[in-house]
Design a binder for this molecule. Sequence first.
Ligand code: OAD
Length: 259
Amino acid sequence: MTQSGDALPEDLIRTLLEARRVVVLTGAGVSAESGIPTFREAQRGLWAQFDPMALASPEGFAANPARVWDWYQWRRQLIADSQPNPGHRALSELAAMTEHFCLVTQNVDGFHQLAGSADVLELHGNITRTICSRTRSPVFDDWLARHADRSPPPSPHHPEGLCRPDVVWFGEALDESVLSAAMDAAAQADLMIVAGTAGAVYPAAGLPALAAENGARVLDINPEITAISSRADWHLTGTSARWLPRLVAALAAESGLRA
Ligand code: OAD
């Protein structure tokens, strides 16, 4: 059912109150109110002419390492100039109110951690980390600072290696241990909250169905209807910065009433 007023469905609050295992899956939409463009909205400014899917790929990097590196440097600066929003902070608060809580994100901006969330499962990596394009060994800031004049900097780990962001590109495999932890959490969840994702990219997009197949109820928070919304038990129409704080406040009020 789709909710768009201000009130939260009673059965949703009751489910949240009774849930012992809550898993949250977030996408680019939860960082939209921090000013970070989502993938589906048009790229801004200088990068408007490029297709993000082409840039975020091994082929794109091989064809033009400088352009891809510069795009990620632009995104890193955008993130450095921004901050988590009330939606990120609400999830950090929700974790403290839940017996077993697991936050899985497709985002690479690190905002969940900045907002206080711990043990975040980053399915698509983290843009603030840099690795070698040949060995995938980590490259640290002192090396990057010493080679800031190069785009991209050479790798310290391999003579033909280049520096690249530690994110999953299209066509690349996800970290197996992170993915299996996310799948295990989804399969054991009582409630799965999905926020800010178009549900278009697998395997992340398959997690809500995996949770539902194992008995979880599913809540989707998105201004739009997506493939996930249409199968969810509840769809709250609107932004995550609006609904997630409301969800936490309702849980706190109900918990307080029943303490
Ligand atoms: P998308 O850009 O595909 O979708 C963003 C979703 O967030 C859309 O469904 C929007 O309706 C919704 N949205 C926008 N503003 C919102 C807000 N304020 N609150 C809540 N929802 C909002 O981003 P993702 O679904 O995260 O993959 O994309 C998944 C993956 O595709 C990304 O991780 C990336 C991309 O290609 C890789 O980089 C491997």
